[in-house]
Design a protein around this ligand. Structure first.
Ligand code: COA
Length: 415
């Protein structure tokens, strides 16, 4: 038994944001039916190709646990099939450019007419307002949601982050909206529209930066290293480099081997509760009681001096040894792990967070399994479907079409 067993998802998503969402629902046991254009499919199938002729990792890693049917929804019979799918499914998920679904003839009103219990879940770049008609990709969302202006170094350009907070982050938000709407439907009996704009999703993840924006009115942000460096604050939350975003100062520091290994670094947090342990580890016992260092407030203007001293110690240690030494002393530290190290980490394989999948076109590859663990809903990661692999199966088993219906749809170019 899986959590979402029996729930049918009409997956009309493409690229990354929508597919991330429906893949999660698939991991939880929903029957996800991905609708793709005949002969073309989701554009990511053939983007960033590494194995000639095979679906790309971009596609395979975002479309596990789904069935694929091809359907040209701009033909009459294609539209009829889509109507049947809307009637049959619990949720329709899409992330087309604004207006595309309406142009296809599937407005919210029409969808409700077809199935009042269906939930229509959409990712768009922006919510209602001046930019609602814009097409949006990951980095635009990071820029418009406040992430880029607050990421990077004070004296550098705004930076986008490697974590796909605009696409995958919004997909996560949408998945929560969908299961919440399903829960409400239990009581109301009705479907509803769920909208997750990418700008809103990114801003939600940048909540602490809006916190800091408002704190600026009360004076400089003392936990930012620019405070100790004597650089005045402007009227907007600045970029904070690798400063910790919370109340416990932290920084990325060099470890042994940093000269040749780009990831020989550790994140080190000078948590107030264990300050004395930090002083002992770095060989500065005199700082425990010294008036310039003993309290968090006294330390704030001296963070660079403090982190320089800590780094003088971390540079003598391997990043994993820093963890071995600091963990028993309750000092929060974390090695900077490369993707290679993560891919090879046995404990992540054991928890199903990194999974090896076999694919008929490309052979074995690694993917990220379900990052949310439910004790009563085990996840079996299944390979992504080939384009249209389940067209006949879905048309017959789910929608009840006959072999001759399917043949004429093929002749019409509908599937
Ligand atoms: N049969 C027939 N037509 C289909 C179809 C099918 N199965 N599937 C898609 N189409 C059509 C759409 O109806 C649309 O046609 P229209 O422009 O005539 O209305 C067309 O294909 C293209 O869809 P669109 O979404 O505009 O794709 P795009 O490649 O031009 O834009 C995005 C891509 C991602 C920029 C855009 O979809 C978008 O902004 N999405 C919302 C935000 C988002 O999710 N962005 C992140 C992506 S990771």
């Amino acid at each position: 038994m899986k959590a979402l067993e029996g729930i049918k998802i009409l997956d009309f998503t493409h690229v990354q944001s929508g597919p991330t969402c429906t893949q999660l629902l698939g991991f939880f046991g929903a029957d996800v039916i991905k609708v793709e254009r005949p002969g073309v499919g989701d554009a990511t199938r053939k983007q960033l190709v590494d194995v000639k002729g095979a679906d790309s990792l971009y596609f395979t890693m975002l479309n596990h646990n789904k069935r694929s049917i091809t359907l040209n929804t701009k033909t009459d019979s294609g539209k009829q099939v889509l109507e049947k799918l809307v009637k049959e499914c619990d949720v329709m998920v899409e992330n087309f450019a604004p207006g595309a679904l309406d142009r296809m003839g599937f407005s919210w009103e029409r969808i409700q007419e077809l199935n009042p219990r269906v939930i229509l879940a959409s990712v768009k770049g922006f919510g209602p307002g001046p930019y609602e008609d814009c097409k949006v990709y990951e980095n635009i969302a990071q820029c418009a949601g406040g992430s880029a202006s607050t990421t990077g170094f004070r004296d550098g350009v705004p930076m986008v982050t490697g974590a796909q907070i605009g696409d995958s982050g919004t997909g996560l938000h949408l998945a929560l909206g969908i299961v919440t709407a399903l829960f409400q439907r239990e009581k109301s009996g009705k479907g509803q529209k769920v909208l997750a704009p990418m700008q809103d999703g990114v801003l939600n993840l940048c909540r602490v930066k809006l916190r800091d924006q408002q704190r600026l009115k009360a004076g400089p942000l003392e936990e930012y290293s620019q405070f100790g460096e004597g650089h005045p604050f402007g009227d907007a939350t600045p970029r904070a480099g690798n400063d910790s975003g919370g109340g416990q100062p932290g920084k990325i520091l060099k470890c042994k081997g940093w000269e040749t290994d780009p990831n020989a670094y550790t994140y080190f947090i000078t948590q107030a509760a264990v300050w004395k342990n930090v002083c002992d580890v770095i060989g500065k016992p005199e700082w425990k009681e010294h008036e310039d260092f003993a309290t968090p407030a006294a330390r704030l203007p001296r963070l660079n001096e403090i982190f320089d001293a800590i780094e003088a110690w971390t540079m003598t240690q391997d990043k994993f040894d820093v963890m071995e030494i600091c963990n028993p002393l309750n000092i929060p530290v974390g090695p900077i792990l490369s993707m290679k190290e993560i891919a090879e980490e046995p404990s992540l394989r054991e928890t199903g967070t990194i999974v090896e999948v076999d694919h008929p076109e490309r052979g074995k590859y690694l993917t990220v399994g379900c990052p949310i663990k439910l004790s009563d809903s085990p996840v079996d990661v299944e390979r992504s479907p080939l384009l249209g692999e389940h067209t006949e199966e879905v048309l017959t088993e789910v929608l009840g079409y006959s072999a001759s219906d399917i043949e004429s749809m093929r002749t019409d170019g509908a599937i």
